[in-house]
Write a protein that binds this ligand. Structure first.
Ligand code: C2E
Ligand code: MG
Ligand code: MG
Length: 292
């Protein structure tokens, strides 16, 4: 988990540095400096904080209904129809503290309350699916599950009967690091979830260390290539061939390939030509509250 946290921090920092450089190129040096400082400040806080106080704040937040799910659509690259949405946790209290979602999730993992948050997410998604008008056309909701939970021998206890009843409408997104950092229970948990009918997606694909053999043995339905491969795709020298190879690999594994982080029409067009199956990103739609 600490390795993942460091990788995520590094990736987040790289993105922010790039964003800051872009600001700088536009001549707005003050904004660039402020962007880096804010992100570094938040990251420093992630490593050193009062675990008990944070856990209590989360529990209080859950009791007071402070958490919300935002939904970001995924579309079919050929038909442009929505195939589903990824559910992303939001907590206003964390935002006020200057923490991003990833940062407060990392704190929840470190302070031992990620299970309570994930339970809340599962219940929320299950109740949304029970009332969702689009239930019949294969529209799926995706949830993110942290490595510490996936690798826990009791993780399946969290999967309620209600959630199982909607298994074919739920995608569980996990990261490569999540699977192999705690392989003992993670793999058997994934196999059990797949047998129950849940769809399994490998998130941030391309940033982990899994071998082809390991990938072939996992009961995956979807690979979600990491945003870092997509951000500079159109201007990159090696990027398009790498992504094209990843798409072929996904198809060889009989998985759907999803690209996330699409921010412009050129990237979307290139990915479509390359045979990417589904797309997600700000160009298509930003994460939004459920009532939208
Ligand atoms: P992720 O699962 O890889 O989710 C994608 C992240 O990329 C989301 O950030 C989304 O808002 C952002 N994104 C989507 N399209 C674009 C784009 O075109 N450009 C850019 N720059 N960003 C885009 P968000 O919502 O801040 O979530 C960050 C991470 O926090 C997620 O990464 C996931 O790892 C974690 N997370 C979010 N909700 C949950 C949750 O309920 N449970 C757990 N365990 N983790 C969660
Ligand atoms: Mg995800
Ligand atoms: Mg991702």
């Amino acid at each position: 988990m600490h390795v993942k946290a460091r990788q995520n921090n590094a990736a987040t920092k790289n993105r922010r540095v790039r964003k800051a450089q872009a600001f700088s190129a536009q001549g707005d040096r003050y904004r660039a400096k402020r962007s880096i400082n804010a992100s570094e400040h938040a990251m420093e806080q992630t490593g050193d904080f009062d675990h008990d106080a944070f856990r209590k704040a989360v529990q209080e937040g859950l009791a007071k209904g402070e958490f919300r799910l935002f939904y970001q659509p995924k579309i079919n690259a050929r038909t442009l129809e929505a195939t589903g949405a990824e559910c992303l946790l939001r907590w206003r209290r964390a935002a006020k503290m200057g923490l991003t979602t990833l940062e407060f999730i990392q704190r929840a993992e470190a302070s031992g309350c990620i299970d309570e948050l994930t339970e809340w997410v599962i219940n929320e998604v299950t109740s949304t699916l029970s009332t969702c008008e689009r239930q019949r056309d294969g529209f799926k909701l995706a949830i993110n599950v942290s490595s510490s939970l996936l690798g826990n021998e009791n993780f399946l206890d969290m999967i309620t009967d209600d959630a199982r009843a909607h298994a074919d409408r739920i995608v569980i997104e996990i990261t490569e690091t999540a699977i192999f950092a705690s392989a003992k229970y993670a793999i058997s948990n994934l196999e059990a979830l797949s047998e129950m009918g849940f769809h399994l997606s490998l998130d941030d694909f391309g940033t982990g260390y899994s071998s082809l053999l390991q990938l072939q043995r996992l009961p995956l339905d979807e690979l979600k290539i990491d945003r870092d491969f997509i951000t500079d795709l159109v201007s990159s020298h090696k990027g398009p061939l790498l992504v094209r190879t990843a798409i072929d690999l996904a198809h060889a594994l009989e998985c759907t390939m999803v690209a996330e982080g699409i921010e412009d029409a050129e990237t979307m067009a290139l990915l479509t030509v390359m045979g990417c199956d589904e797309m997600q990103g700000y160009f298509i739609a930003k994460p939004m509250p459920g009532d939208q």
